[in-house]
Design a protein around this ligand. Sequence first.
Ligand code: HEC
Ligand code: HEC
Ligand code: HEC
Ligand code: HEC
Length: 500
Amino acid sequence: MKPITDQIKEKPYKGWVLFLATIIIVFFLGLLASSIVERRAEAVFAYTPKIEHSQWEPRNDVWGENFPRQYNKFLQTEDQSFKSKYNGSEHRDMLEEDPRLVVLWAGYGFAKEYNQGKGHEHAINDMHKILRTGAPVDGKKSPMPNTCWTCKSPDVPRKMEEMGVAEFYKGSWETLGHEIVNNIGCADCHDAQNMNLRISRPALVEAYQRMGIDINTVSHQDMRSLACAQCHVEYYFKGDGKYLTFPWDKGTSVEAMEAYYDEYEIKDWIHTISKAPMLKAQHPDFELFQTGIHAQRGLACADCHMPYINEGGQKFTDHKIQSPLNNIANTCQVCHREETTELLANVYERQDKIKENRDKLEELLVRAHVEAGKAWELGVNENKMTNVLQDIRHAQWRWDYVAASHGGSFHSPIESGRIISTGINIAQEARLKLARILADLDYNQEVPYPDIDTKAKAQKYIGLDAEKMNTDKERFMKEVVPEWDIKAEEREKEYKTKNI
Ligand code: HEC
Ligand code: HEC
Ligand code: HEC
Ligand code: HEC
């Protein structure tokens, strides 16, 4: 080819074409550069702190001044309009939906009231209202310790810092009522200095220590799950000090935790009908999730429950923590090509199948409790019951482990199915032993299944006075809670913040 200067000499229009093309390219490069600078400026604008506050500032609106996008989304966890087949953010009275639960928990607070979990903005109010915390009026005490507050509020790390951790847990629940008032929030998961994720709850740090892991050394992706594992885990209240403890010393499988509880002879309560030393599984979401395919492929809780979203040219983390089924486009479909209806069907299919056998186990457990009750009624020798009661404890622990891990049937369907089937096996063992015991006592017929097809009937059957519990609670809500709020408001006026 001839040199370009010769070409232009021969055909001058080529020179003009080259000139114009260069101008156009430079123009677009300029646009690109200006857009980058603008975005940068926007980013700086969005993340320039406007207000300085303390590391343990519990008020989410104060943090919200610096991070309005995250704060506005976070406030939306108040929304109660989404209902999926088994979960969602609506109020659902689980005892009304399934009165057998009342019998399974006879003698324990959960038989009084148990609802489907709602969004984080409901945490404090739900705790005030739930019958399990009782009605501490006229100097009466709540049946629950302060440990119960641990998963409800960023006032908890603030108070722990002030009082010391062990001191915080001691004492009955109403003694810190005026201190714990802000719903789960920023200080629970973030370091105020740099907004890095942080673990604010000592129970998780201590559990990792006992497993030989320094939690400060985990990866960033692990932190995106561990922020949730501060609360969405199995735990118990250790000893008289009610010290919050995760039972992970032998591992986090259902068997490892059961072995831990058995070794230390821990029981949450004695069942009023069967007299079995029971365990209440809390919500081992984190533990069960680890055994599923998504965890094995490296996903963290935040990938599905806090997806990235885009607003006004800003990519940020959606702080409306909720069921991912309310936002399939930003969650599942980031990785899966399938249609929404198919992904939804995948989730429901897994949940339906686990529930099918979980319901069978539930009925077996009701029967086992009632049959054991019959044996006591007929004067059975205590020694004969030891193995049976241990079986009932283990079978119900397995049922509860799956039932209380609200996302478990999707997070890890195979492990959930396995746990339920071992539970069915153990429950049947218990009933075989009971049939022999009852026969020895000359009782050779089926023990009648109780008439418990509504919550009211079931609560009456186990001897709960629902009406009294409700009137007491109403008084507590009217007389005590407003006082707590006034005290908290006075105290918070003294907190220092600085505009910058
Ligand atoms: C339950 C834990 C949790 C709570 C509560 C929480 N965040 Fe976050 N936040 C996260 C996670 C997880 C991320 C993603 C972090 C990452 O991947 O680096 C995040 C990211 C952020 C970021 C970084 C930018 C972004 O959007 O990715 C900011 C800023 C932020 N959060 C602000 C807040 C504010 C303000 C509040 C309170 C209104 C809050 N967060 C409450 C867990 C939480
Ligand atoms: C400080 C404790 C705490 C932390 C940390 C926490 N949660 Fe929760 N979470 C709760 C409590 C308590 C509820 C139930 C609130 C209620 O029903 O009043 C809840 C409810 C939920 C729900 C049900 C919401 C709905 O609309 O149905 C989901 C989903 C959830 N949390 C996921 C997460 C994820 C994911 C993380 C981590 C990014 C996380 N949580 C961190 C305590 C916590
Ligand atoms: C960050 C990527 C990612 C996201 C988000 C994600 N998945 Fe997956 N999913 C995977 C990977 C990876 C696998 C494993 C598939 C493999 O390795 O072949 C998987 C597997 C599955 C499977 C088959 C597992 C089984 O039980 O046999 C289903 C069903 C599924 N995902 C549904 C969903 C749904 C529903 C959502 C949203 C709630 C979702 N996924 C969100 C990456 C993701
Ligand atoms: C692959 C996506 C995915 C990941 C990752 C994931 N979840 Fe879920 N989670 C789901 C789906 C789907 C459901 C079922 C929602 C429904 O039925 O409405 C669910 C349900 C839940 C629920 C009950 C929600 C409700 O509405 O009451 C909680 C709580 C929960 N998950 C916590 C967690 C925690 C904690 C982690 C991390 C240890 C985690 N999830 C990781 C997809 C995921």
